[in-house]
Design a protein around this ligand. Structure first.
Ligand SMILES: Nc1nc2c(ncn2[C@@H]2O[C@H](COP(=O)(O)OP(=O)(O)OP(=O)(O)O)[C@@H](O)[C@H]2O)c(=O)[nH]1
Ligand SMILES: [Mg+2]
Ligand SMILES: [Zn+2]
Length: 358
């Protein structure tokens, strides 16, 4: 198994840019934000905690204030997201400016209500340092395919990943084997049980002085973990279906929580599937940094799928145990999805397939 020096290679998309002549994807595109201003130490911005279609709750000088009518109240008609920093006219409860975003976490969203499953890029949060991919043991079951897709999205957004296996009280050998794949890639892996209050201090250690976001499937325990970290019981949590082993989508909007000076977490609604159709098939290999030492294939445009093993460095490395089979299978699945989607973008059953694959 290739052992990476650090998980830096999972942190930014710089290496990906270098190799692909800085191609702009839906995930890293510069968002046109009108009246955005540069950061400056003299500014005293408020932080957006939560937004609705009309209003935004802002943390400002230790207090939470609500700005009503955000559509009319922001000079640039700018949409706001949790983690956004804004300059306020606090007296008149008006937003004067939005600070330039350090990072934007976005993901594709397939609108099933609209014809042809239109895919839009949806921003989840701004100014995030670290994203915790929360997964769970047993229910919902742990799927490495989902983790691999989320790792790609985070690399594209330039956000550090942490993997948190919650429900460690239900952990099996299968879960242990999956976690090992990511430990060997030097991605921080934390095990917690929100139920038994275990591993919470370790998780806090990784999140100290960071702006973090918890992402993942519904029912894995994102909100339960935040309740433990905050040492309260305020966030509503929901049961997981016994048969389906799926969550009930209890959290419906993202919200920013400060758990210590300088340390915050955004709770997000659980998702069903992660669409990766906007990625370019030629770029995918670069989102698997452990492939890099083995990219000397016989054919320059080798896709590491269709060439015979003896002609392909990546397939040979998988055969020799230098690259994890699970990661390679994710790569193949993602390539198939992207190529399939390119040919049949309107295929209405695709979403069902995506869900099954996660
Ligand atoms: N056994 C066990 N159950 C847990 C643990 N943490 C959370 N749960 C249970 O898992 C269920 C789902 O928890 P939530 O915190 O609502 O999950 P979520 O990820 O926020 O779900 P959404 O808001 O739907 O995205 C609840 O019934 C929790 O009691 C844990 O460590 N062990
Ligand atoms: Mg929740
Ligand atoms: Zn190859």
């Amino acid at each position: 198994m290739a052992h990476l020096e650090s998980y830096d290679s999972f942190k930014t998309k710089k290496s990906i840019d270098k190799k692909n002549r800085a191609k702009e994807t839906a995930f890293n595109k510069k968002i046109d934000v009108g009246f955005v201003i540069q950061r400056d130490a003299n500014l005293n911005p408020g932080i957006v905690i939560e937004t609705s279609y009309k209003d935004a709750k802002i943390l400002y000088n230790g207090e939470i204030l609500t700005v009503y009518g955000i559509r009319q109240n922001i000079p640039c008609n700018q949409l706001l997201f949790p983690g956004d920093e804004v300059i306020l006219d606090a007296e008149n409860k008006k937003i004067l400016n939005v600070l330039e975003r350090a990072t934007v976490l976005s993901r594709n969203h397939k609108d099933r209500a609209r014809r042809n499953n239109v895919v839009t890029n949806k921003i989840l949060a701004a100014n995030i340092d670290t994203a915790v991919i929360v997964v769970s043991a047993y229910s919902p079951p742990l799927h490495p395919r989902f983790i691999d897709r989320y790792l790609m999205v985070l690399q594209a957004c330039g956000i550090e990943p942490i993997i948190c296996l919650n429900k460690s009280d239900l952990k099996t050998d299968h879960d242990e084997r999956v976690l090992d794949i990511y430990r060997k890639l030097n991605i921080p892996v934390v095990e917690t049980s929100a139920l038994n209050n275990e591993g919470i201090d370790n998780l806090k250690y990784y999140l100290k002085n960071k702006r973090a976001i918890f992402v993942g499937h519904s029912g894995v325990g994102k909100s339960s973990l935040i309740n433990r970290i905050m040492d309260f019981d305020e966030i509503k949590t929901g049961h997981v279906g016994e048969k389906s082993k799926r969550g009930r989508h209890t959290t419906t909007s993202s919200k920013f929580y400060v758990w210590e000076n300088n340390s915050s977490i955004i709770d997000t609604p659980g998702i069903r599937a992660l669409d990766i159709s906007s990625f370019d098939a030629n770029e995918i290999q670069n989102y698997f940094p452990e492939f890099e030492p083995y990219l000397q294939c016989k054919y320059k445009r080798c896709d590491h799928i269709h060439s015979p093993t003896e002609d392909c460095g990546v397939k040979t490395a998988v055969k020799n145990g230098k690259i994890s089979l699970s990661r390679y299978e994710s790569y193949v699945r993602i390539m198939e999805d992207i190529n399939g989607q390119n040919q049949k973008k309107t295929q209405s059953t695709k979403e069902v397939d995506d869900e099954r694959s996660l």
